[in-house]
Ligand binder design. Structure first.
Ligand SMILES: [Zn+2]
Length: 429
């Protein structure tokens, strides 16, 4: 009997997730397209009608000289630099920017159109054919929804790169989960799934990952869903991430004052140090090791109550967040705030250094609760404002299909076997 249930359950799952297969196939196709992209962008011109010269602006290039070389009359060049300054400031062409010169196909090879790519999306056209003309245009940008998943072997960024996913997705994931998951203690076997958008220009040129729409992260066997939702339509575009029960994923404090570092020493009241003859020297902070100059962030909004240099603490900043909590950041190379400043969560308040008593570059992060130093990694930190009751019905209706979609994303097959085969082929170990 139990067997039957197993079969039925599997069938139901398959049914619910069927649609997903086609999306996966699309993903594969998109990846292939992305690699090939020999694309000729037209910028509104049929390039076959011209002799096309593509190049980038080199040091010392001037628009005037480039055009003179390509047989544009001086008065036309002068007209562009005078009459179209607002559209195209010829003095501001920048080294490294790509441009196209469309030349006549006859023997004169006279430049007829100059196209300057301001950035991957915006470009400027200078048309010399009749009376001189300059105008700005945008390439068509499309968003394509993508799904991705991974199982952590060594690190999140590696799991993401292994899947060929944009690096920005790592960044965005760690920001979404900065309050709920301790990214310094990710474990082998932690998993994630993510639905996000990719930007494409003219249907084919990849232009980066957009924001994450929904995600699932399983750390230490504990699942945390995240759904992007505009929590205040009046303010316009205030996006926050909430879980499947509409709890805000943000806490009033960030888990750590630095991005992508490692904890070199945890809060430990019974720490013994050889240097002191193994006597107990409590460590009332959490040390985050990172290279000198790494930005240190305020973990919550508050007022700077100290920004000074003193003894073993070296250069430090202390922030009072409210009547209960204060935080302190030691051994800075330099501070970026002064006493009395009001800082927002995530503001850079200084940089990692080695001032005071320290064996290597790190920030000693101290967390004060009611005047006592406690271990922030063990504190149940207060939640940011929850989703308004009125918005909840709309929220649940919105996330339901997204949650189903997330649940249906499969994890990648283990890649170790592939690596083994590859190694066998090329003979390396
Ligand atoms: Zn410390």
């Amino acid at each position: 009997m139990q067997k039957y249930w197993g079969v039925i359950f599997a069938l139901v799952l398959l049914g619910a997730c069927k649609e997903d297969k086609s999306t996966l196939v699309q993903n594969e196709e998109a990846k292939v397209a992305q690699v090939e992209t020999p694309v000729i962008t037209h910028f509104g011109f049929n390039l076959d009608e011209f002799k096309v010269k593509r190049d980038t602006v080199k040091r010392g290039d001037s628009f005037g000289e480039l055009m003179l070389e390509n047989k544009v009359d001086y008065p036309k060049i002068a007209k562009i630099s005078e009459d179209f300054k607002d559209t195209f400031d010829v003095r501001k062409i920048r080294v490294g920017k790509p441009y196209l010169i469309l030349k006549s196909k006859d023997t004169t090879e006279k430049a007829e159109v100059f196209i300057y790519e301001n950035d991957p999306i915006n470009y400027t056209v200078v048309d010399f054919r009749d009376s001189v003309l300059a105008y700005k245009r945008k390439k068509e940008v499309k968003y394509v929804e993508r799904e991705a998943s991974g199982v952590i072997e060594t690190s999140l960024s590696e799991a993401i790169l292994d899947q060929g996913i944009d690096y920005n997705v790592t960044n965005n994931l760690s920001e979404i989960y900065a309050w709920t998951i301790d990214f310094f203690r990710l474990q082998k076997g932690d998993k994630f799934k993510v639905i996000y958008k990719e930007k494409y220009i003219n249907d084919s040129i990849y232009a980066g990952a957009g924001p994450i729409e929904a995600a699932y992260f399983e750390h230490n066997g504990r699942p945390v869903y995240a759904f992007a939702y505009e929590n205040d339509s009046l303010k316009g575009g205030v996006i926050d991430y909430y879980d499947e029960e509409a709890n805000n994923l943000r806490r009033t404090f960030l888990r750590a004052p630095v991005k992508f570092s490692r904890i070199s020493s945890r809060y430990n009241l019974k720490r013994r140090i050889r240097y002191y003859g193994y006597k107990v020297r409590p460590h009332k902070g959490t040390d985050y090791a990172a290279p000198i100059g790494t930005p240190i962030m305020a973990t919550a909004d508050g007022t700077v109550v100290e920004s000074t240099r003193r003894g073993g603490n070296g250069k430090f900043v202390k922030i009072r967040h409210n009547g209960t909590y204060s935080t302190q950041y030691l051994h800075m190379k330099a501070q970026n705030v002064k006493k009395g400043d009001y800082v927002r969560q995530g503001d850079i308040i200084g940089w990692i250094g080695m001032t005071g008593n320290t064996g290597g570059p790190h920030v000693c992060y101290r967390f004060w609760k009611n005047g006592k130093q406690v271990d922030p990694l063990k504190e149940d930190l207060p939640l940011a404002e929850p989703l308004d009751e009125k918005l909840r019905p709309d929220y649940f209706a919105y996330i339901n299909p997204l949650k189903d979609q997330l649940d249906c994303i499969a994890y990648p097959e283990k890649i170790e076997e592939d690596l083994l085969t590859l190694n066998e082929i090329d003979g390396t170990k």
